[in-house]
Each structure stands twice: as C-alpha cells, then as structure tokens.
Design a binder for this molecule. Sequence first.
Ligand code: 5GP
Length: 216
Amino acid sequence: MIKSKKDGLLIVLSGPSGAGKGTICNELLKENNNIWKSVSMTTRLPREGEVDGIDYFYVTEDEFKKRIDDDEFLEYANVYKGLYYGTPKEEVFKRLDNGTDVILEIDIEGAKNVRELMPAAICIFIMPPSMQELKKRLEGRGTETKDKVLERFKKAYQEVNEVTRYNYVIVNDEVSNALKKISAIIEAEKCRVDRIEDVEVGNVEEVIHEELIGLE
Ligand code: 5GP
C-alpha cells in the first residue's frame, strides 16, 4: 500500500575518539545485515591487529592526495596533525542505490561536508558519559603514545561542542543501551513520510463491491 523509497539510509556517526563509536557500530552490523560500514582511507599507519581493506585502506600521503585530485572522495579531512582520513565515494553510492543502509564513522569536519552534500544524511553524535571517563578510556586503550592521547583528548573538547549540529545524540554509558537507541533511530527514520514515494489504496468501489459479494 505504501511504496517507500528504495535507496538506503546514509547514517553519519561521529563523536570523540574513545566515545565508543567503533564498538557500537560493530554491534549494530552484527545485528543487522542490511547495514554496511564504509571503509575509509587513511594515511595513518595500521595499529596492531588492524587489517588493510577491513579497518581502513592504508595509503601514503602522496597516494591520498592523488585520490583527492581524482575526486574519489565523498569527503575527507585532516583529522589529526598530518593524518588524512577520507570516504571513498564509489562504493557508498553503489550500496545506497542497492537499498543498503550505509554508515560513515567520520569526524566532525567530514560530517559537516557530508551534510552539505547530502542533506538527507542522518547525523548521530556519540557522546561519552563524561570527559573524565573519556580520558580514562583513551589512556586505557594503550594504542597511542602519551602525546597522541593528549591530542585526541584536546580535540574531543572541540568535538563535543559540535553536538547541536547533529540530528541525534546518544550518550554511550553502556553499549547495549546505545545500541537500542541507534536501532530505534534507524527504525524511526525508515518510517518518515518523506521516504514515501507512492500511496496505493486501490479503487474504493472495487473494495466495497468485493465486501458486498462476500456478504451474499
Ligand atoms: P582512528 O585513528 O582512531 O581510527 O580514527 C580517528 C578519527 O578519524 C575518528 O574520530 C574517526 O571518526 C575519524 N575518521 C575515520 N575515518 C574517517 C573518514 O573517512 N573521514 C573523516 N572525515 N574522518 C574519519
């Protein structure tokens, strides 16, 4: 009766490093096989255990800049001093066209660029329960040097001030709660009337006629 748009939702997930975006995202992907997470490209070196093509596509700065010139990115940003991160656009558009929901886990600048290009994107901000807790999580990860942890923590302060530019905010006090909320947001977005392409109610005479025959 209701014919909705076929294309998938574009979901942008941002929040400070250590807020738990990655964990929430992975749990969401486990629960829902119609969601695909875009694999970003970065000039950062792989951390222990990270796999090229799964966590990121790892490239040199020259290679990254060539791809900027070739217009291969939906968005990109110089997230941390000297480190570029970007979303390769081809696969994102292909998946959306096929009806798959696509998640971009990107920083606030990238999110701003995506919002300008694609105003229908659903922008969700993942907030840590407190800045103290964030600092504890960043230090506890042990994946960055002390300087890098400090840089990420300082950037977190700029990032949380951007929260009002997003459509939704989720405080990640507990992953299971955050997951419930993000799933509810996606469900609700699917029900938006601006996703309706057509309403087919059929012919009223025919419906009444069939009912009358049924009564005979
Ligand atoms: P990490 O180095 O910890 O993997 O990621 C650092 C930050 O880069 C995270 O806040 C993440 O959201 C952001 N990021 C990852 N991929 C992209 C991307 O493709 N574009 C932008 N703009 N930011 C990204």
